[in-house]
Design a protein. Structure first.
Length: 390
């Protein structure tokens, strides 16, 4: 069992677990909100959609460093206060974005969010493990990850729908309110959690010396780069190529979210059959889906079909690589988990950033096409990493 769970817990603190889950859900919702409302943000602040897409990349970039450094920087701080600090940062971030008069303030808010996302996400698993007896740990983790899945599903379509009703600024204001509820709930329910055995930066370097782990992390990263390029610039494609508007875009994003949730649920069955096939075929299906969206996406039925296939396939990637990592680095689970978060945030940074530059310079089809190419590269990296464990 992880060092964070070396204190005997007699009774599960389910209210605290749910408070942590709501906090994670609020952070994930805030991180991905710009995806579905890039165009309105860009129009009101007089910036390009590619520049608006950098609100995704800067959050992911900061979260990458936060996920690695948080356990080192706060190694002497009670985890209760660390969690509360991140929840407070999410509120401040959402308020800054909601009232942002210009691009600078918008980015400042997203930078603060990155600190909270990376740190909270890196600690959420170990914190959940410290709130319940050992036999209830799987259930506690399931609650936290379910909150992430639900937030991922609803954030895009709900933000797009609410943008049409009240505007994107009020959407972020609502997220700040959710953050406030989470903050109060955590104050009431979270117990004192003294810091665990200090984490050293050297432990990350030591784990990365393992070639199999290193290659697998890179394969995961490339998969998420391809995902980030496609998902970040999906709304501009639907607007400019499929010619959707308003609630129709919300419906398309809802289809994406539902398909992704179903894919994540189905992933456990696929992974039981073959981890190797699941993590090699899923990126291939994602790449093929992107190509068909580019070729046939002007027609709504084809756009929806292949967007759904992409989202469903991505569900297996989301669940598959953490599953693989528990097998490849089972004795260093906390360190490996932090690295996985960091590599994923690097991917989101690169995907949204490079995708935005190409979108502005060469157009939406070239940007999405790059996502397809990157996903094939992910497969090439996955094969040698997976052969070691499958």
């Amino acid at each position: 069992m992880d060092n964070n769970h070396n204190i005997t817990i007699q009774q599960p603190r389910w209210m605290a677990v749910y408070a942590v889950a709501l906090g994670v859900a609020g952070l994930i919702t805030a991180e991905f909100l710009p995806v579905s409302i890039l165009s309105p943000i860009a129009n009101e602040l007089s910036i390009t959609e590619g520049a608006a897409g950098q609100t995704m990349s800067v959050t992911a970039f900061v979260a990458m460093f936060s996920s690695l450094l948080i356990s080192v920087v706060t190694q002497k701080v009670d985890r209760r206060y660390v969690v509360l600090s991140f929840s407070l940062l999410q509120i401040i971030s959402s308020l800054l974005v909601s009232f942002a008069p210009n691009f600078f303030v918008l980015m400042l808010g997203r930078i603060l969010l990155g600190i909270a996302v990376g740190g909270f996400w890196a600690l959420s698993i170990s914190i959940a493990m410290r709130l319940v007896p050992e036999k209830f740990v799987p259930k506690a983790l399931s609650i936290v990850f379910s909150a992430v899945s639900i937030a991922t599903v609803i954030s895009g379509p709900l933000a797009s729908f609410l943008d049409g009703l009240i505007g994107w600024r009020y959407v972020f204001l609502l997220v700040a309110i959710i953050g406030g509820i989470s903050f109060v709930w955590q104050i009431i329910s979270l117990p004192s959690m003294p810091p665990a055995i200090p984490t050293k930066l050297r432990s990350f370097a030591d784990l990365l010396k393992n070639k199999t782990v290193r290659t697998g992390l890179l394969a995961n990263m490339f998969s998420f780069v391809g995902y980030a390029i496609f998902f970040t610039y999906l709304r501009p494609f639907l607007e400019n190529v499929t010619h959707l508007t308003g609630n129709t875009i919300s419906l398309a994003l809802l289809v994406y979210g539902i398909a992704n949730l179903l894919g994540a649920i189905a992933a456990k069955f696929f992974l039981q059959k073959s981890l190797f096939l699941t993590l090699t075929l899923s990126p291939v299906l994602m790449a093929v889906s992107i190509l068909f969206v580019i070729l046939l996406g002007a027609e709504l039925k084809f756009a929806i079909l292949f967007i759904a296939l992409f989202a469903f396939s991505f569900g297996s990637v989301q669940v598959g690589w953490p599953t693989w990592l528990t097998q490849s680095a089972k004795d260093q689970a906390e360190t490996a988990g932090s690295l996985l978060v960091a590599f994923t945030q690097i991917a989101l940074t690169v995907g949204a950033g490079v995708g935005g530059l190409i979108f502005d310079k060469l157009g939406i089809n070239v940007a999405l096409g790059l996502g397809s190419v990157v996903l094939i590269l992910a497969v090439a990296l996955a094969i040698p990493a997976l052969k070691k464990n499958c």
